[in-house]
Design a protein around this ligand. Structure first.
Ligand code: ADP
Ligand code: MG
Length: 629
């Protein structure tokens, strides 16, 4: 990690250490601000209320984008189209004569609610379908696809005659809620902000849960998340659908605020504006959506006044200025403006409240297989990369209660083998059995579910999240509660159990004092130990460790050896790739030696050390004297 990166990560850690010193918590500050807004609402000038209403509507869309883009790592330019779906659905239901005749029994006051149901239903289907097709696309294809559907839906709105073409639909009635008619923007604004605050609360809860950890893991790539048991395709689709539903909800409110709809506000340039809001506010922070929506609204207001005067003619000049400003903000504040604001708050003594959890619920336990059980059975595994044979007919068994070392020079094919026996990659030929079950073609998360835990040669942690958070991700499969329970905070007992267990693993790995530090601030050797703790949090029967001792000091290596010995006595099976020969020879029960993808020797440390092929081909005279291979 580069020095500035380490500093940035250390800075991000500050709120964690500020837990106890905060004079005022974020929650108290938020509640005070909400109370103030509520008290002032009746007295604010009409103009301010209108502005706040639009900020609320835009923030709702940007909120979905923060979740999707900033946290889940999927960029969308097409959210405006979903706003349009929500707005057009209700406008059509409320104004079309054919709907009126079809829903004759329905009191007119309920029509907007039917419109909401249609809007959310349609959006759900469209987003699900689009997600299934486009979320598989990697790299820049997803953002491009979002532009494509954004444009398509926009032109669809403008070209369907039953939606009024480019003129749109007029005569949308106001909402009414329990006998109250929300015709006055001031009245509807209460609903808009209530919806926004509820959405913020629910998403905050979601991110602070097991499901939230899975969502955050998406950004660091498929391999790590799947190895922790996360169904990444499913999580991505859900995030995408949720963001679309928030946009549709905003569209529904918008239609009943504006009382007419036409295609203009759902164009792709508005979609880009929503992305501006999320990114400028702070794409990784939920409140960044509100900040971004506020800044853009105020700025637009000012620019639309000033720019035409400046240029002496009218036009959409603000788009140009937005573009330039966005470049400047991203250059100067890569994570948006929210972290800067949070920094000011911190200096003023505002910080997060300590996390309080109820008594832990019991977690499902899986007894370890008896010692000697064959956990991993790789049979004649071959892997070819084009013409290169990285593994040739490798057979290897790992039993419960033993440490099996896989050694060999760089490029021998050890990591390739690891990937095949952990479901990251499929063998070209041969078979991998886990606890007796053939695993060919199954994803890494199925391996994890069957009791395999692993670490990576190149550490894959969420550097900005705490060690505890990272380790809890490893326990993903031990929890059961879903998205809805998480949003409503109904999974706190389970969360408490996961946290308690993760803390135990952190402690036994000797990282207790770092539990609340961001993982990225630790030395690389310690980050490897965090990966071991994360693997242990899943309570695996089989542990795969790819060079766990690299970067550790002598003392730390001894502690690691003691830990692995302890795990072996508890009955785990451990497959370890390691270059430190002293470490391997003292620890391993059996050793398999790979060279150019082929097994050249196999046996106890003593047998392998005597094997002439090993001595000649690979280990030379250093064997047994502690020299690295
Ligand atoms: P080790 O972990 O023993 O150092 P690896 O398994 O990483 O070795 O690599 C074995 C061989 O396979 C190397 O020659 C490497 O270049 C090659 N290799 C590994 N992964 C790929 C890949 N995805 N595509 C092509 N070649 C690869
Ligand atoms: Mg390797």
């Amino acid at each position: 990690m580069s020095e500035p990166m380490r500093e940035a990560v250390a800075a991000a850690a500050a709120p964690v250490s500020a837990v106890t010193s905060a004079r005022l918590t974020y929650r108290q500050l938020t509640l005070a601000a909400v109370a103030l807004l509520a008290l002032a609402w009746g007295w604010l000038p009409d103009f301010t209320v209108t502005l706040l209403n639009y900020i609320g509507l835009h923030a709702l869309v940007a909120l979905g984008l923060v979740l999707m883009t900033g946290i889940g790592g999927m960029t969308s330019f097409g959210q405006a189209a979903f706003v349009g779906l929500g707005a057009y659905a209700t406008a059509w239901v409320c104004t079309a004569p054919e709907v009126a005749s079809a829903l004759q029994g329905l009191p007119p006051a309920l029509l907007p609610w039917a419109g909401l149901a249609l809007g959310l239903g349609l959006t759900f289907l469209v987003a699900w379908g689009l997600g299934a097709v486009t979320l598989r696309l990697g790299g820049h294809y997803l953002p491009l696809a979002t532009i494509a559907w954004g444009l398509s839906l926009y032109f669809l709105f403008g070209n369907l005659s039953f939606l009024g073409g480019h003129t749109g639909l007029t005569g949308v009635p106001p909402l009414s809620l329990g006998g109250w008619t929300l015709a006055d923007p001031r009245a509807l604004g209460v609903l808009i902000w209530t919806v926004l605050l509820l959405a913020l609360w629910a998403l905050h809860n979601l991110l602070d849960s097991r499901q939230g950890r899975a969502i955050r893991a998406l950004k660091s790539g498929r391999v790590m998340a799947e190895s922790m048991g996360v169904d990444t395709a499913r999580q991505r689709t859900r995030v995408f659908v949720l963001a679309a539903l928030l946009a549709a909800l905003s569209g529904w409110l918008y239609a009943h605020l504006q009382r007419f709809v036409n295609p203009t506000p759902f164009n792709i340039n508005i979609g880009i504006e929503y992305l501006f809001m999320a990114v400028v506010g702070g794409a990784g922070h939920l409140w960044g959506a509100v900040l971004g929506a506020t800044l853009i609204a105020l700025l637009k207001e000012q620019l639309q006044d000033w720019l035409p005067k400046l240029f002496g003619m009218s036009g959409n000049f603000e788009i140009i200025v937005f573009g330039l400003l966005m470049m400047w903000v991203l250059q100067r504040y890569a994570d948006g403006l929210w972290p800067t604001l949070a920094g000011w708050a911190r200096r003023a003594g505002v910080g997060p409240a300590p996390r309080t959890l109820p008594a832990p619920a019991p977690l499902p336990e899986r007894p370890l297989p008896p010692a000697g059980t064959v956990l991993l059975d790789a049979r004649n595994v071959t892997k070819r990369f084009g013409g290169l044979v990285a593994n040739a007919q490798v057979s290897l068994q790992v039993r419960a209660g033993e440490v099996h070392a896989l050694i060999g020079p760089n490029g021998a094919g050890k990591s390739t083998f690891f990937n095949m026996v952990s479901g990251v990659d499929d063998p070209t030929e041969g078979e991998v059995l886990l606890l007796g079950e053939a695993m060919t073609g199954r994803p890494a998360r199925d391996f994890a579910a069957r009791g395999l835990g692993r670490t990576f040669q190149h550490v894959r942690l969420l550097g900005q999240r705490s060690v505890l958070d990272n380790v809890m991700l490893g326990a993903h499969l031990r929890g059961r509660r879903g998205w809805l329970a998480s949003m409503l905070r109904l999974e706190r007992h389970e969360e408490a159990a996961l946290q308690a267990d993760a803390l135990r693993q952190i402690e036994r790995c000797g990282l207790a004092e770092h539990a609340h530090s961001p993982a990225g601030a630790l030395a690389l050797g310690q980050q490897r130990i965090v990966e071991i703790a994360r693997a242990l949090a899943g309570h695996p029967a089989l542990l795969l460790l790819d060079e766990p001792a690299a970067g550790l000091r002598h003392r730390e290596k001894q502690a690691l050896a003691a830990l692995l010995d302890q795990l072996r006595r508890e009955g785990l099976g451990i497959l370890i790739v390691e270059h430190d020969m002293e470490f391997v020879m003292n620890l391993a029960d059996r050793i398999t030696v790979l060279d150019f993808g082929t097994v050249i020797a196999h046996g106890t440390p003593a047998e392998v050390q005597r094997d002439p092929r090993v001595l000649q081909a690979y280990l030379g005279d250093d064997l047994g004297s502690g020299g690295a291979a």
